[in-house]
Design a binder for this molecule. Structure first.
Ligand code: PLP
Length: 388
């Protein structure tokens, strides 16, 4: 029998695998980015009401009208972006499916897709599934984007650049000047910006600027976001795409044949949240994440990791050089097994594993007591009971 060939370029998700390892060892799971606290009641009440009202069949393929309308109002209110909910919005099974559907709609085999590195694990495989070549450009947690390197990555084969801000795993929030430079390159090379703005409401420095709001970018940007992080419902699988009508037609076709549609009752829950939660909710979300960030940062620095406080999203990429000479995957397993805190090995965020060998990534989407417990455990690294 012929073997599957499209997956040769990638392995199983290391992030999801670390969750299994954490569970096996009863470790605190700071690997996969899912909250351990409840979502707002308004989502649960509206989803439960929808279930009881028998909203239990397929929603419209590109999303329930109520959710698309609520989302169009949100983009107008927050970003002054006028979006036609009938022609420019697609609701997907998470931002993950949104990215895959968007790239499959616009990228042809042989095209190049620019990806900032380190990157959220899925982008490389997404490009490979399209038969495209990912072209990587470094993005450091503690420095501005090297715009010359970004410019050098563009070629006449560049079809798209993936822009994830606030960024996982670096914690960078791209500044207006950086985004303007990327926008100028997209215009010059007639390339798409495909954004991942799943952390749009979780940032501690700067501001969130959708690249679609910059001059000349509305017609060449596919804006992806979703409910997972903003409303703490990663298991609901509700993502969103805003894109010009022409490309939305293509995206909707891919989405239809991949998934038929996102879960109908849960779309009602997300619509209710968008309709009722005010600015205070979003401010509170970022404020609580800042507190969690500070607890984890303090614990990591005290334990001997080297790391920069993230400007946004909810991850810390930490250099463990001072603590151990193990490579990242062995260190991550050791930390999980012996110290009881599970991170993700840094190499899973890089195209070449050696680039991530000195790093592990910790997520802080957890309650303060859990993060304090993790900090206490991390403080025992290097004690005689735990030589690594
Ligand atoms: N994009 C980024 C940058 C992420 O960090 C994650 C989850 O960790 C996702 C997308 C997944 O989003 P969703 O749950 O909507 O598929």
């Amino acid at each position: 029998m012929r073997t599957a060939t499209r997956t040769h370029g990638f392995t199983e998700s290391v992030i999801r695998a670390m969750t299994r390892v954490a569970n096996e060892h009863g470790a605190i799971n700071l690997a996969q980015g899912f909250p351990n606290f409840p979502c707002p009641d308004v989502l649960k009440d509206a989803a439960a009401a929808a279930l009881h009202a028998d909203v239990n069949q397929y929603a419209i393929t590109w999303g329930a009208k109520r959710l698309r309308d609520a989302l169009a109002r949100k983009y107008a209110d927050w970003y002054r972006l006028e979006v036609n909910p009938e022609e420019e919005i697609t609701i997907t099974c998470g931002a993950t499916e949104a990215m895959a559907s968007a790239l499959l709609a616009i990228v042809d085999p042989g095209d190049e897709v620019i990806v900032f590195e380190p990157y959220y694990e899925n982008y490389g495989p997404d490009a490979i599934l399209c038969g495209a070549t990912p072209v990587y450009v470094p993005l450091a947690p503690d420095a501005a984007l090297d715009l010359d390197r970004v410019a050098a990555a563009f070629s006449d084969r560049t079809r798209a650049i993936i822009v994830n801000t606030p960024n996982n795993p670096t914690g960078r929030v791209l500044r207006r000047g950086e985004l303007e430079a990327i926008a100028e390159l997209c215009r010059r090379h007639d390339a798409w910006a495909v954004t991942d703005e799943i952390y749009e409401h979780i940032y501690y420095e700067g501001e969130h600027i959708p690249i679609a709001t910059l001059p000349g970018m509305r017609e060449r940007t596919i804006t992806i976001s979703g409910a997972s992080k903003t409303f703490s419902v990663t298991g609901w699988r509700v993502g969103t795409i805003v894109a010009p009508a022409g490309v939305t037609g293509a995206i909707r076709k891919v989405h239809d044949f991949l998934t038929v549609g996102a879960p109908a009752p849960l779309q009602e829950g997300v619509a209710a949240a968008l309709e009722t939660l005010g600015r205070d909710y979003y401010k509170g979300l970022a404020h609580q994440y800042r507190e969690r960030r500070d607890v984890l940062m303090k614990g990591l620095l005290a334990a001997g990791f080297r790391c920069t406080a993230p400007e946004g999203a909810y991850y810390v990429l930490a250099d463990f050089t001072a603590l151990s000479e193990l490579p990242d995957d062995e260190f991550a397993f050791w930390l999980t097994r012996e110290v009881g805190v599970a991170p993700v090995p840094g190499s899973s965020f890089y195209s070449r594993p050696e680039l991530g060998r000195r790093y592990v990534r910790f997520a802080f989407c957890k309650t303060l007591p859990m993060l304090e417990d993790a900090a206490r455990r991390l403080a025992t690294i290097g004690s005689p009971q735990h030589p690594s």
